[in-house]
Design a protein around this ligand. Structure first.
Ligand SMILES: [Zn+2]
Length: 313
Protein backbone atom coordinates (compact mmCIF):
# COMPACT_ATOMS: atom_id res chain seq x y z
CA UNK A 1 0.00 0.00 0.00
CA UNK A 2 1.49 3.28 -0.99
CA UNK A 3 -1.13 5.58 0.56
CA UNK A 4 -1.12 7.56 -2.62
CA UNK A 5 2.18 9.19 -1.90
CA UNK A 6 4.09 7.69 -4.78
CA UNK A 7 3.28 10.37 -7.33
CA UNK A 8 5.00 13.51 -8.41
CA UNK A 9 2.84 15.94 -6.48
CA UNK A 10 4.32 19.40 -6.66
CA UNK A 11 6.89 18.30 -9.16
CA UNK A 12 6.98 19.84 -12.59
CA UNK A 13 9.18 18.61 -15.38
CA UNK A 14 11.73 15.84 -15.34
CA UNK A 15 11.08 12.14 -15.31
CA UNK A 16 10.48 10.73 -11.87
CA UNK A 17 10.09 7.06 -11.05
CA UNK A 18 9.27 7.07 -7.39
CA UNK A 19 10.82 4.82 -4.82
CA UNK A 20 7.44 3.26 -4.13
CA UNK A 21 7.33 1.60 -7.53
CA UNK A 22 7.66 -2.15 -7.32
CA UNK A 23 8.38 -4.99 -9.70
CA UNK A 24 5.47 -5.99 -11.91
CA UNK A 25 5.05 -8.70 -14.55
CA UNK A 26 7.73 -7.37 -16.98
CA UNK A 27 10.37 -6.86 -14.27
CA UNK A 28 9.74 -10.32 -12.77
CA UNK A 29 9.77 -11.90 -16.23
CA UNK A 30 13.12 -10.19 -16.89
CA UNK A 31 14.58 -11.54 -13.63
CA UNK A 32 13.41 -15.04 -14.57
CA UNK A 33 14.99 -14.82 -18.03
CA UNK A 34 18.27 -13.60 -16.57
CA UNK A 35 18.45 -16.27 -13.85
CA UNK A 36 17.20 -19.22 -15.89
CA UNK A 37 20.40 -20.14 -17.79
CA UNK A 38 22.49 -20.26 -14.60
CA UNK A 39 19.92 -21.95 -12.41
CA UNK A 40 18.13 -24.61 -14.46
CA UNK A 41 19.94 -27.96 -14.38
CA UNK A 42 21.75 -27.16 -11.13
CA UNK A 43 21.21 -28.94 -7.84
CA UNK A 44 20.62 -26.94 -4.65
CA UNK A 45 23.17 -27.96 -2.02
CA UNK A 46 22.25 -25.40 0.66
CA UNK A 47 19.40 -23.03 1.42
CA UNK A 48 19.75 -20.46 4.20
CA UNK A 49 17.31 -17.76 5.33
CA UNK A 50 18.27 -15.15 7.92
CA UNK A 51 14.67 -13.97 8.07
CA UNK A 52 12.63 -17.07 8.63
CA UNK A 53 9.34 -15.14 8.78
CA UNK A 54 9.67 -14.64 5.03
CA UNK A 55 9.59 -18.40 4.38
CA UNK A 56 6.43 -20.50 4.39
CA UNK A 57 5.07 -22.93 5.34
CA UNK A 58 8.29 -22.97 7.43
CA UNK A 59 12.00 -22.59 6.89
CA UNK A 60 12.56 -26.24 7.83
CA UNK A 61 10.00 -27.50 5.34
CA UNK A 62 11.36 -25.30 2.55
CA UNK A 63 14.90 -26.43 3.31
CA UNK A 64 13.95 -30.11 3.27
CA UNK A 65 12.03 -29.53 0.05
CA UNK A 66 14.79 -27.90 -2.00
CA UNK A 67 18.16 -29.14 -0.69
CA UNK A 68 19.42 -32.01 -2.83
CA UNK A 69 16.87 -31.32 -5.56
CA UNK A 70 17.71 -30.38 -9.15
CA UNK A 71 16.08 -27.27 -10.65
CA UNK A 72 14.23 -28.38 -13.79
CA UNK A 73 12.63 -25.08 -14.73
CA UNK A 74 12.30 -21.41 -13.85
CA UNK A 75 9.07 -19.67 -14.83
CA UNK A 76 6.77 -16.86 -13.73
CA UNK A 77 3.19 -16.85 -12.48
CA UNK A 78 1.76 -13.37 -11.84
CA UNK A 79 4.56 -11.57 -9.94
CA UNK A 80 5.99 -14.81 -8.54
CA UNK A 81 9.28 -16.34 -9.67
CA UNK A 82 8.56 -20.09 -9.79
CA UNK A 83 11.30 -22.70 -9.34
CA UNK A 84 10.43 -26.22 -10.52
CA UNK A 85 12.24 -29.18 -8.96
CA UNK A 86 12.87 -32.70 -10.21
CA UNK A 87 10.55 -34.23 -7.60
CA UNK A 88 7.53 -32.06 -8.50
CA UNK A 89 8.03 -29.52 -5.71
CA UNK A 90 7.98 -25.76 -6.37
CA UNK A 91 9.49 -22.73 -4.73
CA UNK A 92 7.78 -19.37 -5.25
CA UNK A 93 9.70 -16.15 -4.69
CA UNK A 94 7.83 -12.82 -4.50
CA UNK A 95 10.01 -9.69 -4.60
CA UNK A 96 7.23 -7.41 -3.27
CA UNK A 97 8.39 -3.84 -2.49
CA UNK A 98 12.15 -4.10 -2.27
CA UNK A 99 13.29 -7.64 -3.09
CA UNK A 100 15.84 -8.61 -5.72
CA UNK A 101 17.85 -11.65 -6.76
CA UNK A 102 21.60 -11.33 -7.29
CA UNK A 103 24.42 -13.75 -8.02
CA UNK A 104 27.12 -13.50 -5.37
CA UNK A 105 30.30 -12.06 -6.81
CA UNK A 106 28.59 -10.42 -9.80
CA UNK A 107 28.53 -6.91 -8.32
CA UNK A 108 31.47 -4.69 -7.58
CA UNK A 109 30.54 -4.75 -3.89
CA UNK A 110 28.96 -7.46 -1.75
CA UNK A 111 25.16 -7.31 -1.92
CA UNK A 112 23.37 -5.55 0.94
CA UNK A 113 20.37 -6.84 2.89
CA UNK A 114 20.88 -10.50 1.97
CA UNK A 115 17.92 -12.26 3.63
CA UNK A 116 18.35 -15.68 2.07
CA UNK A 117 20.64 -17.52 -0.34
CA UNK A 118 20.88 -20.74 -2.29
CA UNK A 119 24.17 -22.53 -2.96
CA UNK A 120 24.30 -24.63 -6.11
CA UNK A 121 26.33 -27.70 -7.01
CA UNK A 122 28.60 -25.69 -9.30
CA UNK A 123 29.62 -23.30 -6.50
CA UNK A 124 27.34 -20.42 -7.50
CA UNK A 125 25.32 -18.62 -4.87
CA UNK A 126 22.03 -16.89 -5.63
CA UNK A 127 21.07 -14.26 -3.06
CA UNK A 128 17.69 -12.83 -2.15
CA UNK A 129 18.24 -9.23 -1.03
CA UNK A 130 15.37 -7.33 0.55
CA UNK A 131 15.82 -4.07 2.48
CA UNK A 132 12.24 -3.83 3.74
CA UNK A 133 11.68 -7.55 4.35
CA UNK A 134 8.34 -7.65 2.53
CA UNK A 135 9.50 -10.37 0.12
CA UNK A 136 8.21 -13.91 0.43
CA UNK A 137 9.54 -17.42 -0.27
CA UNK A 138 6.93 -20.19 -0.42
CA UNK A 139 7.64 -23.90 -0.81
CA UNK A 140 4.76 -26.01 -2.11
CA UNK A 141 4.03 -29.55 -3.24
CA UNK A 142 0.79 -28.36 -4.85
CA UNK A 143 1.42 -25.41 -7.15
CA UNK A 144 -2.15 -25.34 -8.48
CA UNK A 145 -3.61 -24.97 -4.99
CA UNK A 146 -1.04 -22.36 -3.95
CA UNK A 147 -1.78 -20.18 -6.99
CA UNK A 148 -5.52 -20.87 -7.17
CA UNK A 149 -6.48 -17.34 -6.14
CA UNK A 150 -4.55 -15.66 -8.96
CA UNK A 151 -6.37 -14.35 -12.01
CA UNK A 152 -5.47 -15.28 -15.60
CA UNK A 153 -2.11 -14.46 -17.15
CA UNK A 154 -2.66 -11.50 -19.51
CA UNK A 155 -0.19 -12.81 -22.11
CA UNK A 156 -1.72 -16.28 -22.16
CA UNK A 157 -3.54 -17.33 -25.35
CA UNK A 158 -6.65 -18.07 -23.31
CA UNK A 159 -6.84 -14.44 -22.14
CA UNK A 160 -9.21 -13.10 -24.80
CA UNK A 161 -11.20 -9.84 -25.00
CA UNK A 162 -14.24 -11.88 -24.04
CA UNK A 163 -12.55 -13.17 -20.88
CA UNK A 164 -11.52 -9.63 -19.97
CA UNK A 165 -15.05 -8.37 -20.61
CA UNK A 166 -16.51 -10.97 -18.27
CA UNK A 167 -14.01 -10.03 -15.57
CA UNK A 168 -14.78 -6.30 -15.89
CA UNK A 169 -18.54 -6.45 -16.40
CA UNK A 170 -19.04 -8.96 -13.61
CA UNK A 171 -17.81 -6.53 -10.99
CA UNK A 172 -18.91 -3.05 -9.94
CA UNK A 173 -15.62 -1.30 -9.32
CA UNK A 174 -13.46 1.46 -10.70
CA UNK A 175 -11.47 0.00 -13.55
CA UNK A 176 -7.99 0.80 -12.19
CA UNK A 177 -8.31 -0.93 -8.79
CA UNK A 178 -9.91 -3.83 -10.64
CA UNK A 179 -6.96 -4.20 -13.01
CA UNK A 180 -4.58 -4.03 -10.02
CA UNK A 181 -6.39 -6.88 -8.27
CA UNK A 182 -4.20 -9.97 -8.69
CA UNK A 183 -7.26 -12.18 -8.27
CA UNK A 184 -8.78 -10.60 -11.39
CA UNK A 185 -5.75 -10.31 -13.69
CA UNK A 186 -2.27 -11.45 -12.70
CA UNK A 187 0.82 -9.30 -12.95
CA UNK A 188 -0.33 -5.71 -13.49
CA UNK A 189 0.85 -3.07 -10.99
CA UNK A 190 0.68 0.70 -10.69
CA UNK A 191 3.08 1.61 -13.51
CA UNK A 192 1.65 -0.51 -16.31
CA UNK A 193 -1.99 -0.07 -15.29
CA UNK A 194 -1.61 3.70 -15.71
CA UNK A 195 0.03 3.12 -19.10
CA UNK A 196 -2.65 0.66 -20.23
CA UNK A 197 -5.50 2.99 -19.29
CA UNK A 198 -3.88 5.93 -21.08
CA UNK A 199 -3.24 3.96 -24.24
CA UNK A 200 -6.84 2.72 -24.14
CA UNK A 201 -8.30 6.20 -23.63
CA UNK A 202 -10.11 4.97 -20.50
CA UNK A 203 -10.27 7.00 -17.29
CA UNK A 204 -9.08 4.96 -14.28
CA UNK A 205 -12.20 5.85 -12.26
CA UNK A 206 -14.58 4.46 -14.88
CA UNK A 207 -17.18 2.07 -13.48
CA UNK A 208 -16.18 -1.34 -14.84
CA UNK A 209 -19.80 -2.25 -15.67
CA UNK A 210 -20.13 0.73 -18.02
CA UNK A 211 -17.20 -0.20 -20.27
CA UNK A 212 -18.32 -0.84 -23.82
CA UNK A 213 -17.14 -3.89 -25.75
CA UNK A 214 -15.08 -1.51 -27.86
CA UNK A 215 -13.36 -0.13 -24.75
CA UNK A 216 -12.78 -3.66 -23.43
CA UNK A 217 -11.18 -4.52 -26.76
CA UNK A 218 -8.87 -1.50 -26.53
CA UNK A 219 -7.95 -2.37 -22.94
CA UNK A 220 -7.18 -5.96 -23.95
CA UNK A 221 -4.96 -4.81 -26.79
CA UNK A 222 -3.21 -2.21 -24.62
CA UNK A 223 -2.55 -4.69 -21.79
CA UNK A 224 -0.78 -7.00 -24.21
CA UNK A 225 1.06 -4.26 -26.08
CA UNK A 226 2.34 -2.50 -22.96
CA UNK A 227 3.46 -5.71 -21.23
CA UNK A 228 5.17 -7.09 -24.34
CA UNK A 229 6.93 -3.79 -24.96
CA UNK A 230 8.03 -3.61 -21.31
CA UNK A 231 9.41 -7.15 -21.43
CA UNK A 232 11.27 -6.29 -24.65
CA UNK A 233 12.90 -3.34 -22.87
CA UNK A 234 13.52 -5.40 -19.71
CA UNK A 235 11.09 -3.46 -17.55
CA UNK A 236 11.24 -0.10 -15.83
CA UNK A 237 14.23 0.86 -13.67
CA UNK A 238 13.46 2.47 -10.34
CA UNK A 239 15.54 3.26 -7.24
CA UNK A 240 17.85 0.62 -5.85
CA UNK A 241 15.47 -2.30 -6.24
CA UNK A 242 15.42 -2.81 -9.96
CA UNK A 243 17.90 -1.53 -12.51
CA UNK A 244 18.87 -2.27 -16.06
CA UNK A 245 15.46 -1.82 -17.69
CA UNK A 246 14.80 0.86 -20.30
CA UNK A 247 11.00 0.99 -20.34
CA UNK A 248 10.99 4.18 -18.25
CA UNK A 249 12.02 6.04 -21.43
CA UNK A 250 8.85 4.80 -23.14
CA UNK A 251 6.21 5.48 -20.48
CA UNK A 252 3.52 7.97 -21.52
CA UNK A 253 2.00 8.94 -18.16
CA UNK A 254 3.49 7.15 -15.13
CA UNK A 255 5.90 9.42 -13.26
CA UNK A 256 5.28 12.24 -15.77
CA UNK A 257 2.96 14.58 -13.83
CA UNK A 258 3.19 18.08 -15.31
CA UNK A 259 4.86 16.91 -18.53
CA UNK A 260 2.99 16.98 -21.87
CA UNK A 261 0.95 13.97 -22.97
CA UNK A 262 2.86 12.37 -25.90
CA UNK A 263 -0.45 12.12 -27.77
CA UNK A 264 -2.03 15.56 -27.36
CA UNK A 265 0.36 17.80 -25.40
CA UNK A 266 -1.97 18.32 -22.43
CA UNK A 267 -0.08 18.25 -19.12
CA UNK A 268 -0.30 14.89 -17.37
CA UNK A 269 -2.22 15.06 -14.10
CA UNK A 270 -1.84 13.07 -10.94
CA UNK A 271 -4.89 11.80 -9.03
CA UNK A 272 -5.35 9.39 -6.18
CA UNK A 273 -7.61 6.46 -7.05
CA UNK A 274 -8.05 3.51 -4.75
CA UNK A 275 -5.29 5.03 -2.55
CA UNK A 276 -2.82 4.73 -5.41
CA UNK A 277 -1.04 7.59 -7.12
CA UNK A 278 -2.50 7.66 -10.62
CA UNK A 279 -1.33 9.47 -13.73
CA UNK A 280 -3.68 10.45 -16.53
CA UNK A 281 -4.07 12.71 -19.51
CA UNK A 282 -7.30 14.61 -18.76
CA UNK A 283 -7.97 15.02 -22.47
CA UNK A 284 -7.23 11.51 -23.75
CA UNK A 285 -8.89 9.64 -20.87
CA UNK A 286 -12.58 10.13 -20.24
CA UNK A 287 -14.63 9.08 -17.24
CA UNK A 288 -17.44 6.64 -16.68
CA UNK A 289 -17.99 5.21 -20.08
CA UNK A 290 -18.38 8.49 -21.95
CA UNK A 291 -15.30 7.82 -24.07
CA UNK A 292 -16.51 7.09 -27.59
CA UNK A 293 -14.22 6.51 -30.55
CA UNK A 294 -14.56 8.90 -33.47
CA UNK A 295 -14.96 7.04 -36.77
CA UNK A 296 -13.44 3.95 -35.19
CA UNK A 297 -10.24 5.77 -34.36
CA UNK A 298 -8.74 5.76 -30.91
CA UNK A 299 -9.76 9.31 -30.12
CA UNK A 300 -12.19 10.61 -27.53
CA UNK A 301 -15.38 12.37 -28.55
CA UNK A 302 -15.12 16.13 -28.23
CA UNK A 303 -17.24 18.01 -25.76
CA UNK A 304 -18.25 14.98 -23.74
CA UNK A 305 -15.52 15.07 -21.18
CA UNK A 306 -16.60 14.99 -17.57
CA UNK A 307 -13.78 16.35 -15.48
CA UNK A 308 -13.06 14.13 -12.51
CA UNK A 309 -11.61 15.97 -9.58
CA UNK A 310 -9.91 14.41 -6.64
CA UNK A 311 -12.95 15.24 -4.51
CA UNK A 312 -15.34 13.43 -6.82
CA UNK A 313 -13.36 10.22 -6.54
ZN1 LIG B 1 -3.42 13.32 -24.11
Amino acid sequence: MDNGRDGGGGRCGGFDIQSRAMPELPEVETVVRHCRPRLVGRRVVRFVSHWKKQVSPSLGEAERGVVGRRVTGLTRRAKYIVWEFDDGGHLLVHLRMSGSLAWAGDGEEPAKHVRAFWELDDGQQLQFCDARKFGRIIYTRDLAATTADLGPEPLDRRFTPRVLGELLHGRARQVKPLLLDQGVIAGLGNIYTDEVLHRSGVHPATDSRTLTDEQVGRLHQAIREVLREAIRFEGTSFDWVYGGGRMQERLYVYGRAGLPCPRCGTPIERLVIGQRGTHICPKCQLANGVCQPVDGKRRPAKGKRQPVTRESL
